[in-house]
Design a protein around this ligand. Structure first.
Ligand SMILES: *[C@@H]1O[C@H](CO)[C@@H](O)[C@H](O)[C@H]1NC(C)=O
Ligand SMILES: *[C@@H]1O[C@H](CO)[C@@H](O)[C@H](O)[C@H]1NC(C)=O
Ligand SMILES: *[C@@H]1O[C@H](CO)[C@@H](O)[C@H](O)[C@H]1NC(C)=O
Ligand SMILES: *[C@@H]1O[C@H](CO)[C@@H](O)[C@H](O)[C@H]1NC(C)=O
Ligand SMILES: *[C@@H]1O[C@H](CO)[C@@H](O)[C@H](O)[C@H]1NC(C)=O
Ligand SMILES: *[C@@H]1O[C@H](CO)[C@@H](O)[C@H](O)[C@H]1NC(C)=O
Length: 457
């Protein structure tokens, strides 16, 4: 009896009295920290220590399905978890409800890491921008972005202390371009560290971007002789100084529309292109040189004049010329060429003014030396001049005929003159004189004619 009383007392003493059960029973949830990859599902075990629990369940806006249960627990499947949320697990025990909450953290490992270099080609001493961004990553506060130049860390950024709403997984820096940076590999590394939540360490890197740096401050210079000779191969060149990287400079050269084939070389900070031009038309033309490097392009134009060397052709300057004695003559010689050549002729070592017509005399016969010159050079030619009298060659026959004809004409006139005004005197002449030869007769006639004239008849 005493023993029973003691037990009752002990029970009363241990129990805090009415309402004590609510202090005693516990509600717990497993897991106690939930890290779910975006879009994945999660199993929840909600349990209690209440020996005979009343109504129970979980409160969440996520899609939930009860998959199993025991007397003191319930298991749920949560599907398509896309956002961070807080879940409540509750049990009631003897009319008293208790709950416990679970933070669900959604994570998204960095998969795509995008690096941009702007501009792709940057002028020396100008600033360029390196920008890295991760379109889809969570949670941001556990992300670290690192910009790398080669293997060297350029800049590092974490997102722990900034207001989440204002953030994007992005990092941008500006750098001044140095020559040494040319062709440097830039990359960006994203790290998501979830190890303290029982997750892992996720990392991903961007593709490598190569930075190009250039210097291009001058215009190309064309080297060409201002006199090009038609049809002749002439060396020309186009030079670009103070350029970097010189060996990547591209050249195009044109004479008018015709593109020239080039031989490109470089040394130090100078690049040049050599070509051979062959102009096929005389006159003013344009030689141009187009130079490009990365985003830069420059064109230089140079006027050229295409000339023709002087020529003394047989058609315009015959090597054999025949002059007729006593006639007005010019030395026939017209030079060809562009610009029009000047002509100088010498005769017996003396300059001969070939532009003045002169009366051909025997002593004009000889060899004349004519020289035509222009800016491109000069050419000489010997011209043999023969001065012929009228009795020479074929013309002498004609000359004889003309002389005979003239002679006959003169005699005829003489006879006529002798006959008409002096017939009386003539009739008085003795008959026998008629037998004298013609020469004597004409001589006589002339004498008579002279007499006649003397007598004013
Ligand atoms: C849920 O949790 C309770 C209490 O820890 C445990 O007894 C039970 O076996 C769990 N259920 C499952 C399906 O793991
Ligand atoms: C850049 O990266 C390429 C390919 O990964 C490598 O071959 C090259 O050597 C790197 N250049 C520099 C300057 O590190
Ligand atoms: C993620 O970031 C939060 C906030 O800075 C921090 O409390 C937590 O420990 C971090 N988790 C990991 C795994 O670093
Ligand atoms: C190119 O032309 C320049 C100037 O005309 C000359 O000095 C140089 O030797 C040439 N180079 C080559 C490779 O032909
Ligand atoms: C000029 O005449 C000479 C002699 O007749 C001849 O040998 C020469 O070939 C001629 N020259 C020309 C250029 O016709
Ligand atoms: C040609 O010769 C004559 C005399 O023989 C001379 O009087 C004349 O000056 C000469 N003419 C030339 C052009 O030499």
């Amino acid at each position: 009896m005493e023993m029973l009383l003691f037990c009752v007392w002990a029970l009363l003493a241990l129990n805090p009295g009415p309402g004590a059960t609510e202090e005693i029973f516990e509600v717990s949830v497993w897991p106690d920290q939930a890290l779910v990859k975006l879009g994945q599902s999660l199993m929840i075990n909600c349990s209690t220590t209440c020996p005979d629990p009343g109504p129970s369940g979980i409160e969440t806006y996520l899609k939930k399905t009860q998959v199993d249960k025991g007397p003191q627990w319930k298991e749920f499947l949560l599907e398509d978890v896309t956002e961070n949320s807080v879940l409540q697990c509750f049990f009631s025990c003897a009319g008293i409800q208790k709950d416990t909450s679970l933070d669900i953290t959604v994570y998204q490992p960095p998969e795509q890491v995008i690096l941009e270099l702007q501009p792709a080609w940057v002028a020396m001493d100008e600033a360029f921008t390196v920008k890295c961004h991760v379109p889809s990553v969570a949670p941001l506060e556990n992300l670290t972005l690192t910009l790398l130049q080669g293997n060297q860390e350029l800049h590092r950024k974490d997102f722990m202390n900034l207001a989440v709403a204002s953030q994007r997984a992005e990092i941008t820096i500006n750098v001044k371009a140095q020559r040494e940076d040319d062709r440097c590999n830039f990359s960006c590394r994203a790290e998501l560290d979830l190890s303290s939540h029982g997750g892992g360490l996720f990392h991903s890197s961007s593709a490598i971007k190569v930075l190009r740096i250039f210097e291009f401050s001058q215009s190309p210079q064309i080297w060409v002789s201002s006199l090009l000779e038609i049809g002749m191969a002439e060396a020309v060149s186009c030079e670009l100084a103070r350029v970097f990287p010189a060996r990547e400079v591209m050249f195009h050269m044109f004479l008018g529309d015709q593109e020239l084939s080039l031989f490109v070389s470089w040394k130090g900070d100078t690049a040049w292109a050599n070509a051979t031009v062959r102009a096929m038309e005389t006159g003013d033309q344009e030689l141009s040189c187009l130079v490009s490097l990365g985003p830069m392009e420059q064109k230089t134009r140079e006027p050229v004049h295409v000339y023709n060397k002087p020529r003394l052709e047989e058609s315009d300057c015959p090597g054999n010329q025949t002059w007729v004695k006593g006639t007005e003559q010019l030395l026939a010689c017209v030079p060809k060429g562009n610009p029009t050549p000047t002509l100088v002729c010498t005769w017996n070592g003396v300059i001969f003014n070939f532009e003045v017509p002169r009366k051909a005399t025997q002593n004009h016969t000889g060899t004349y030396c004519c020289t035509a010159s222009n800016q491109l050079g000069s050419v000489s030619k010997d011209i043999a001049v023969i001065v012929r009298g009228l009795d020479e060659g074929i013309s002498s026959t004609i000359f004889v005929i003309i002389i005979v004809a003239l002679g006959v004409g003169v005699i005829t006139i003489a006879l006529y003159l002798n006959y008409r005004p002096c017939k009386i005197e003539r009739r008085k002449l003795p008959y026998r004189q008629k037998e004298k030869n013609k020469e004597e007769e004409s001589q006589f006639a002339v004498q008579q004619a002279e007499k006649c004239n003397a007598h004013n008849c």
